[in-house]
Structures are given as C-alpha cells and as structure tokens.
Design a protein around this ligand. Structure first.
Ligand SMILES: Cc1cc2nc3c(=O)[nH]c(=O)nc-3n(C[C@H](O)[C@H](O)[C@H](O)COP(=O)(O)OP(=O)(O)OC[C@H]3O[C@@H](n4cnc5c(N)ncnc54)[C@H](O)[C@@H]3O)c2cc1C
Length: 419
C-alpha cells in the first residue's frame, strides 16, 4: 500500500513515522523546504495534558465581545474574518456549553496523555534532542478567582491522569525563583508535574531525519493544488511536477485542510487561529527561568528552550493573514516585562525573533482524526492550541486506523463524522 501524507508539520511527520513502522510505503508532500516550517515552527513549546480544555469554554461569546478591537486582547476577533467563520463559529459557540466543554475536555486529555507517553518512548528509542525538559509546567495566577478556576479544572482532570499541586505565593517562587520580582502581584499558582516542554521545530527536524532513514520519501517544495479519485486511486496534482498516485491519502495540512479537502467534496470544520511568539537569546541570564510558566491573567506562556527563551500567546481570528502586526509583537514584549521585568528591561530587542502561526482549530476544540466518508481519505487535523501535545498520539492513532491495527485510543471519539 502506498500512502501519501500531505503536510510535514508535527502532525504529518508523526503520522509518517508510525505508518512506516507498520511497513507501509509512505510519501510526504510538503510545500516548504523542510519539516515543521509553518505552525509547528515556533509555538510555545509546552506539552500540557493539564491544559487540555478547549478554548471555547463557557462564557466565550461574552469574552469575544468584550475584547473586540483591543490589540492587547488574549482572543481577538477581527470583523473582516466574521463571514468565513459563520457556520464554524456557530458550532464553536454551541460547544461552549458547560456539558459539551467537559465532554470535549475529557476527549482532549485522553489523547494528550496517550501522546505524551508515546513521545517519551520515541525520545528514548530514537535518542531525540529538541531542548526538551521534564520539569512540568507552572501556572501563575494573579487573582484568587483564576487560581480557584484553574484548581477546579485540575481537580476535574485528576482522575484522568493529571497530577497537580496548588501553590501559594512562596510556593510559586520556590518552583520558579526568577518570578521573585513579581511575587507580590501573584496570589499563587499550580504546578503540573506530568507536563513537559521542548522545541517543536527541532523535534520535527529530528523525527523527519529518522523517518527518511527508515525509508519515508519526502517531496519538499511541492504544493498539492489538486486532488481527485480515479478508481481505487487518488491523484494529487502539484504544479510543475508529475501527478502523484496513492492508495490512501492523509491530510495533515493543519489550518489549510479545509481548502484541500474541498477539492474532493469534503467539508472539514477547521479554522485558523493566529498566534504570535518571540524567541530571545537567554544571554547571560543564567539564573533565569527553569520551568515553563503560563501566566493565567496575561494569557501568555514563557518557555525556556535551551539557550533561548520563548514568549508566546494571543489568539486572533483573522483568516490566514500572515502579517506580523507590530502591536501584537509589542504586546508580547510588554507581557514578558510583566512576568520577568528585569530580563525584559535589559533585553536586546533586535535580537528577538518574531513569528506567527495558525492554530488549526476545530469547531468543538477536539482534533479530527481518521477515516472520512471518502474511502482511502484520512484526516489528521484540528489539534488547535494543543498540536505539539497531541502530535505523537494523533499520528499513531491515524496510522493504526489506516492499516487496521487494534486501536489503542478510542479513535471514533475524534471522527469527522461527529459534525
Ligand atoms: C503561538 C502558538 C503557540 C502554540 N503553543 C503550543 C503549545 O505550547 N503546545 C501545543 O501543544 N501546541 C501549541 N500550539 C499549537 C501547535 O503549534 C499546532 O497545533 C501544531 O503546530 C499544528 O501542527 P500541524 O502539523 O497540524 O500544522 P502545521 O505545522 O501548519 O503543518 C501543516 C503543514 O502542511 C503544509 N501544507 C499545507 N497545505 C499544503 C499543500 N496544499 N501542499 C503541501 N503542503 C501543504 C504546510 O506547509 C505545513 O508545513 C501553538 C500554536 C501557536 C500558533
């Protein structure tokens, strides 16, 4: 069987690895020149089953309206994007009821835990290095309401494998001494000991190499612009190159999946949610952060990645507008200053690398995995803000479903058929 995977981000690369482990003949087509060059390039780097809750939580509509037009808003809806969101947006809001939010959170945490277990095995088996850390993650809270809310969610997730410890202010600064200068502004926090972190791009590169060594064929610099079926075969068209035939196809094209799927008449309810990051050299700040910190109030994460520090956050509904809006980048510097003021003040700003990417967000905040109504066509997308956390698990689950191996995850919970 020859399977073509379109897309070599975190999701496509992991799918390729596990499919090849089943002995399948795998080709990956990627429009960029290397794996992990788009949304998997400079994300916040956190692997967090502890934060498996979808973003369409109860109260989302109220918050979106409150934040309209605010460049410093954690979630910003640009009015020009509204028409492209109509049907998807209705489903997004409908899924923010308390009951659906809880059901969807549990689906996410099951996949996230499964994925992290697989990632640990992959790392050990292949000796992968991607500036990884297993120190857990720390959520810092600036008011009691958000601490109570986070503790409630953690308690809900505890029976599902999420370990956590609520910390008072002193506990937070013991876990991360670099937060001492802002300690008076914090009421406490939560340490999630099972979380991890690491650089997604380095991981994609390392796993891509392992895939190639195992016999996966990569076609870089080729964009699939057409897809059709002829008999039992798929034919994928890429400008300037020969058509590629496949027995089965996996769309691992992140937030671009809907347009490619529509070529074969399939509707995939995923929309891009833009986010930004800046990556700065740690410089001589040797006593700087030693654990990823998610600041609950500021909706920002600061993650140590080897000799670099990454600040990531914000969510913007603005279609695929790839502009690096200066106000949003400035906002990240301000957020860094609110968390690590001394470091931010002596930072050499031009050395910061700004970036933006598009989270592939499904209408209910749960990934879309596996077979579709078109025989031989599989999807692996919709991981949204958790694509790094869920990459290995999504890849293995979809690979298993393609070859008919006994499922280790209840993949039907993630099927496209639910929409
Ligand atoms: C600011 C930010 C912070 C984040 N932080 C975290 C985090 O801390 N933890 C976490 O778990 N997740 C995080 N995420 C989410 C995570 O990065 C994404 O969910 C994940 O990268 C999605 O991977 P992907 O492979 O589906 O998409 P991508 O990485 O976008 O890969 C899709 C690939 O398909 C290719 N492609 C698309 N169309 C075609 C075509 N027609 N032909 C050929 N190739 C094509 C693209 O070039 C791309 O390489 C964050 C995202 C952002 C934006």
């Amino acid at each position: 069987m020859h399977v073509v995977i379109v897309g070599a981000g975190l999701i496509g690369t992991c799918t390729a690895w596990y499919l090849r482990q089943h002995g399948v003949d795998v080709t990956v087509i990627e429009r960029a020149d290397a794996p992990g060059m788009e949304t998997s390039f400079a994300n916040a780097g956190m692997l967090t089953p502890s934060m498996a809750d979808p973003w369409n939580s109860p109260g989302t509509l109220r918050k979106l309206i409150k934040w309209l037009g605010r460049e410093d808003a954690p979630m910003l809806l640009r009015l020009h994007a509204v028409p492209s969101l109509s049907r998807w947006g209705m489903a997004f809001l409908l899924n923010s009821s308390e009951e659906r939010f809880r059901t969807n959170t549990l689906k996410n945490v099951a996949l996230a835990n499964y994925s992290l277990d697989l990632l640990r095995s992959l790392r050990a088996d292949l000796s992968l290095n991607y500036d990884q850390m297993s120190a857990g993650t720390l959520r810092a809270c600036r008011d009691q309401v958000s601490l109570d809310h986070a503790a409630g969610l953690a308690e809900f997730l505890k029976p599902h494998g999420v370990e956590y410890k609520v910390l008072d202010r002193d506990g937070v600064t013991r876990a991360e001494p670099a937060l001492a200068p802002v300690a008076q502004r914090l009421v406490g926090g939560i340490h999630y000991s099972g979380d991890e972190s690491g650089d997604a791009h380095l991981f994609c590169q390392a796993l891509g190499k392992a895939c190639a060594a195992a016999g996966v064929q990569f076609l870089f610099g080729q964009e699939v612009t057409d897809a059709s079926r002829s008999g039992d075969q798929f034919i994928l068209g890429t400008p300037g190159a020969k058509d590629i035939h496949a027995d089965a196809v996996v769309l691992a094209t992140g937030s671009y999946t809907p347009s490619l799927a529509s070529k074969v008449g399939l509707r995939v309810p995923v929309r891009p949610v833009k986010g930004y990051s800046i990556t700065v050299p740690r410089g001589d700040w040797r006593d700087g952060p030693r654990i990823p910190v998610a600041d609950d109030h500021l909706h920002t994460a600061v993650t140590p990645l080897g000799d670099r520090i990454r600040v990531a956050g914000t969510a913007e509904f603005t279609g695929h507008d790839a502009a690096l809006t200066p106000a949003r980048i400035d906002n990240l510097f301000s957020l860094l200053e609110a968390i690590y003021p001394e470091f931010a003040r002596r930072l050499d700003r031009p050395s910061a690398k700004p970036w933006c990417g598009f989270r592939p967000m499904s209408a209910d905040g749960v990934p879309i995995l596996g077979a579709t109504r078109i025989p031989g066509l599989f999807v692996n997308t919709g991981q949204g803000h958790l694509g790094w956390t869920m990459a290995a698990g999504s890849g293995k689950a979809v690979a298993d479903s393609i070859v008919g191996a006994p499922p280790e995850l209840k993949i039907d919970d993630y099927s496209l058929a639910r929409f």
